[in-house]
Design a protein around this ligand. Structure first.
Ligand code: PLP
Length: 396
């Protein structure tokens, strides 16, 4: 099996598996006062320090969550509610048009159910959100803006936004800025303190750690109205008993990923570039989407004209090659990718995409397997053609 879907999830490092499994049978709630509780607390706090060190933040700024989706929800809803509570005119959210659904959906919920409005920041044709586009979205009057949220690296096309330049614009207006950095830490050096954001989302299973654990890195002066009320285990931001084995495993994975990043990036870049070149030889009509310069090193994203992405995916899967389309299904009919639509692609092109994402465990044999399987998959997908689109609304 050739696994080329590391943006969806990446295999755990063996050290992260060991760190987790060693702790699973041990009792100890980090909030308990007895020896087992204190031992668990020490492990959690040591892990918090490791996570902070890997992300360039202070330990006190790391809030453990049950993954990236929860961290995004806490940030967007929590900051928006808090800002509106303090200044009731702040009812507008500004969000990137290429965000993951873990941002799009909370934002849309705030609009539909909580009386907020949204301005989507336009993307350029490479999936990049520029400072000028952000300025345009803010408009002449920023006094109604509660929060800006723009992702660091796009999960579909791998485009990396210049968050420092974007937060400089937000700072001119004194607006709080959150970034979804879930796709970034495996590939980029992140320094929370330098980014200028007040909150940043990360997730363990994208860096060789376990599922269901992540963090919201949030500065001490950035207040949120909590989503979940309870024991207040993570400051006043999040409640719920901390998952010590998962937290220790997450910290182990982040540490390893950072320590090996230079070597991994160099190795993966060579394989990714080889993949891109050979796909273009097989299918010269394929369009390589996303930015060339400002891109995650593990991402290769193509439009294959006349081929439904889902057909290609299943045909490759049947040959043992696993990848992703990136766009959602609606009533069983594949829908165009909102990211590609935001980048200006037409609806058919936005349904004809495939994303190949490499990871720390990818080998040249995985790339070779794709290159062997791809020609027949393209030929059969072309013959199958493109089914008509449903009229279901598509988010842009
Ligand atoms: N944000 C981005 C950019 C992602 O790629 C993902 C996962 O695919 C998420 C958020 C959600 O993270 P999690 O799976 O940890 O909930």
């Amino acid at each position: 099996m050739a696994y080329l879907d590391n943006a969806a999830t990446t295999p755990m490092y063996p050290e992260a598996v060991a760190a987790m499994t060693n702790l699973l049978a041990q009792p100890g709630n980090p909030s308990s006062l007895h020896a087992s509780g204190r031992r668990a607390r020490r492990l959690v706090e040591e892990s918090r320090e490791k996570v902070a060190k890997a992300l360039g933040s202070r330990s006190a700024e790391v809030v453990f969550t049950a993954g990236g989706t929860e961290a995004n929800n806490i940030a967007v809803k929590g900051i928006a509610w808090d800002q509106r509570k303090k200044e009731p005119q702040r009812t507008r959210i500004i969000a990137g048009s290429t965000e993951h659904h873990a941002i799009l959906d909370p934002v849309e919920w705030l609009v539909e159910s909580e009386g907020f409005s949204v301005t989507w920041v336009k993307s350029d044709t490479y999936g990049l959100i520029t400072p000028d586009a952000l300025r345009e979205a803010i408009g002449p009057d920023s006094s109604d803006v509660a929060v800006i949220t723009i992702m660091l690296a796009n999960n579909e096309v791998g485009t990396v936004n210049d968050i420092i330049a974007l937060t400089a614009v937000a700072r001119e207006h004194g607006i709080r800025f959150h970034t979804d950095a879930v796709q970034a830490p495996a590939w980029l050096e992140l320094n929370f303190s330098d980014l200028g954001v007040c909150a940043m989302t990360v997730s363990a299973h994208k860096v060789g750690g376990p599922h269901g654990i992540g963090a919201l890195v949030i500065s001490r002066d950035c207040h949120v109205t909590p989503l979940i009320h309870g024991g207040g285990q993570e400051r006043d931001v999040r409640s719920g008993t901390l998952d010590t084995p998962a937290i220790v495993s997450f910290a182990t994975a982040l540490e390893i990923s950072k320590a090996r990043r230079t070597e991994t990036v160099a190795r993966v870049r060579i394989m990714r570039d080889d993949l891109v070149r050979r796909v273009q030889e097989i299918a010269p009509e394929a369009i390589y989407n996303g930015s060339i310069e400002s891109r995650l090193v593990n991402n290769a994203h193509f439009t294959f004209p006349g081929c439904l992405g889902d057909s290609l995916l299943m045909l490759l899967d049947a040959q043992g090659v696993e990848c992703s389309v990136g766009s959602a299904c609606n009533a069983g009919v594949p829908q165009p990718s909102h990211v590609l639509l935001a980048m200006g692609a037409d609806r058919d092109a936005a349904r004809s995409t495939l994303r190949f994402t490499l990871g720390h465990s990818t080998t040249q044999a995985d790339v070779d397997a794709l290159i062997v399987a791809l020609p027949s998959a393209i030929e059969r997908a072309k013959r199958a053609g493109m089914p008509t689109l449903t009229s279901a609304p598509v988010r842009v």
